[in-house]
Design a protein around this ligand. Structure first.
Ligand code: ADP
Ligand code: ZN
Length: 513
């Protein structure tokens, strides 16, 4: 039986760390004692040590299943630097290299072998002939079609428990809600797995949401206050990564676009130049980031809203890995929500994806501490305001919004529930543009009754009304705004409405100047 002293000793001598991070020690002990485990630990939390250390402590070779070649290579390089014998095996290697690795494997010379799930079958025969210490499944959420990075080859991993019934299987992920966790456990056949859920709280990450108008100029103003810092801007489409990059370059920033449409060589060289601080700014689709271990990313900007909170969390988690403050800005606009909804339309699990999207949207619109909202989502219940998010920094003020809401609802009513949010706002503000005049809306009764309110404030109030279930958007019918039964109760039964003073707007203006 291996004692705590010796695991701590191994941690010091082989990895150079003085103490375990939260949960690492328990996970290491569970694995060494032969238990299956499922670990949910945020990115940067220190998952690798949890299986690398038991691999050293136990006799035999550890099989590590990892989805990305770049990720494997980095980890193996790091292990070799620490004097630990390890190798990776995948289909991109030359046969001579593969044979060399197989030889080392057969000779029992490897403490760890990293394998892509697709290559696992090729090695199955070899594994049956040697002593296996444990099996680690990295990025285990890839096994679940509920998850957002589904990898079909992962679904074959269930046979591992059958082939090695007495060896511990340790699954790791940085992102898994309850359903995904259950899916991982069932599919890997590790029903008795000990589950370790680490705190998702990253106190050094400042969280802010801003309205998505005039994003590029907001970004340029932000970047001017942070010269030479490294950061990532996430966009929804390849096209916008290129457009944003071009605009930033024009303003004198060193930025590069990154997306799945580039060749592997191009992508590698961009990654390298980011990691080596040659290119401080990467404008990327979500293709960028998995497996990139860069400690000094000082900010992450979401040019578009991510499609779920898991993605958002994972992406902001790439900032501040060194523990120093990192700044996160999420730009939020209704147009993005509409587009993200369209993306889900043909998906087999569209309802599920839409539910996730709705949660993301609620987060973006939160009028209470964002960190509490985020941690709640991951099942961690905190009550203390964080004081490191935009809402905590400038809490909303509430007022009796009944009259304002009535004005908006009656405009929607008079527009026969046929018009989008933008048109409703234009009509209420008495806009004199061609669309309004063309339809003769200047003649309806509510035209211009909110002429002294800014467009963005009004949009903000309407979002609150949507959130409170007073109005609804028909996404499939040109985004027309319609009334709900609650709206009728407000219009006709004087039901009161509480609204918050638009805060995000104030915040954005303040920090922009
Ligand atoms: P994850 O896989 O969870 O994203 P990693 O295993 O890559 O995290 O670890 C993230 C960082 O934390 C790495 O730079 C690693 O060297 C460091 N780290 C891990 N465990 C410890 C520890 N016990 N003490 C100090 N640093 C650690
Ligand atoms: Zn907060």
């Amino acid at each position: 039986m291996i004692t705590t002293d010796t695991t701590l000793e191994l941690l010091k001598t082989h990895f150079g760390y003085r103490t375990f991070r939260p949960n690492q020690e328990q996970i290491v002990n569970d694995i060494i004692n032969g238990n299956d485990v499922l670990t949910i630990m945020p990115t940067g939390g220190g998952k690798s040590v949890c299986f690398q250390l038991p691999a050293l402590a136990l006799p035999g070779t550890a099989i590590v299943i990892s989805p990305l070649i770049a990720l494997m290579k980095d980890q193996v390089d790091a292990l070799l630097t620490n004097g630990i014998s390890a190798a990776y095996y995948n289909s991109s290697q030359e046969v001579s290299v593969q044979n060399d690795i197989l030889k080392q494997l057969q000779d029992g010379d490897l403490k760890l072998i990293y394998v892509a799930p697709e290559s696992l079958q090729n090695l199955s025969q070899y594994f049956s002939e040697i002593e296996i210490s444990l099996i680690a499944v990295d990025e285990a959420h890839c096994i679940s079609s509920w998850g957002h990075d589904f990898r079909p080859a992962y679904t074959q991993l269930g046979y591992l428990k059958k082939q090695f019934p007495n060896k511990p299987i340790a699954a790791f992920t940085a992102t898994a809600d309850g359903a995904t966790q259950q899916d991982i456990i069932t599919q890997l056949n590790i029903l008795d797995a000990k589950v370790h859920l680490s705190s998702f709280d990253r106190e050094n990450l400042y969280l802010e949401v801003r309205p998505g108008n005039d994003r590029i100029n907001q970004i340029i103003r932000f970047l001017k206050t942070r010269p030479d810092e490294s950061g990532i801007i996430y966009c929804l489409s390849r096209k916008s990564t290129q457009e944003v990059t071009a605009k930033l370059k024009k303003s004198g920033f060193k930025a590069k676009a990154y997306h799945a449409g580039l060749s592997a060589d191009q992508r590698n060289s961009i990654q390298e130049s980011f990691i080596n601080d040659v290119t401080p700014i990467i404008v990327a689709t979500i293709a960028f980031g998995m497996g990139i271990d860069k400690s000094n990313v000082r900010w992450v900007i979401h040019y578009n809203m991510p499609k779920n909170i898991e993605g958002y969390y994972q992406e902001i988690g790439r900032g501040g890995r060194d523990g120093l403050p990192a700044y996160n800005i999420l730009f939020y606009s209704y147009a993005d929500v509409v587009q993200l909804r369209r993306f889900t339309e043909n998906a087999s699990n569209a309802d599920y994806q839409i539910a996730k999207l709705n949660r993301m949207q609620q987060f973006a619109e939160a009028l209470s501490c964002r960190r509490i909202a985020l941690l709640n989502y991951f099942g961690e219940h905190h009550t203390e305001n964080c004081n490191n998010c935009d809402v905590c920094k400038s809490p909303p003020r509430y007022f009796d919004g009944t009259i304002l809401t009535k004005k908006v609802c009656s405009a929607v009513y008079r527009l026969k529930e046929q018009e989008s949010t933008g048109m409703v706002i234009d009509v209420l503000r008495g806009a004199q543009n061609a669309q309004v005049m063309g339809k003769g809306y200047q003649n309806i009764k509510t035209y211009g009754i909110l002429h002294d309110m800014s467009w963005l404030d009004l949009q903000q109030y309407i979002i609150q009304m949507l959130n409170q279930g007073i109005l609804e958007i028909r996404f499939h019918e040109n985004g027309r705004l319609v009334l709900t039964p609650l709206a009728n109760a407000i219009l006709f039964d004087d039901r009161p409405v509480r609204l918050a003073t638009p805060r995000k707007q104030v915040q954005a203006t303040k920090s922009d100047r």
